[in-house]
Design a protein around this ligand. Sequence first.
Ligand SMILES: [Zn+2]
Length: 127
Amino acid sequence: MKGGSMEELKPCPFCGGEARLEDLGYPHHVYCISCGVGVTGVGCGIEGEASACEKWNRRINGWIPVSDPPKEKDKYLCCLWRNTKKKEKGVRSLLWNGTEFEFEPGMRAWGVISWMPLPATDVRGDI
Ligand SMILES: [Zn+2]
């Protein structure tokens, strides 16, 4: 930590929103100003703030936003999707073709917010 400045917070993995460090005392939280998801740091003072920022940047439960796309193509990945009209949310495996996620080969997947690698098994299609 240099000069008490916080490391830069990455955008929210669920909505791409801006993250803020809430510094109203113990415990310290980093949260998304758009959708409100957040993480809590361990420890107090500058240590707690640094821990909250580090936790946020490691991504919430491992979810990575689609603004940070997968590097390997033609791979099934675990995806969090959202239908903004019906306010539905879900998780399923989708094929990443190198450009976008597909529901079925050749069919575009809409509303994918974030992704993470599948567990280390040979999973195809729906989990
Ligand atoms: Zn958000």
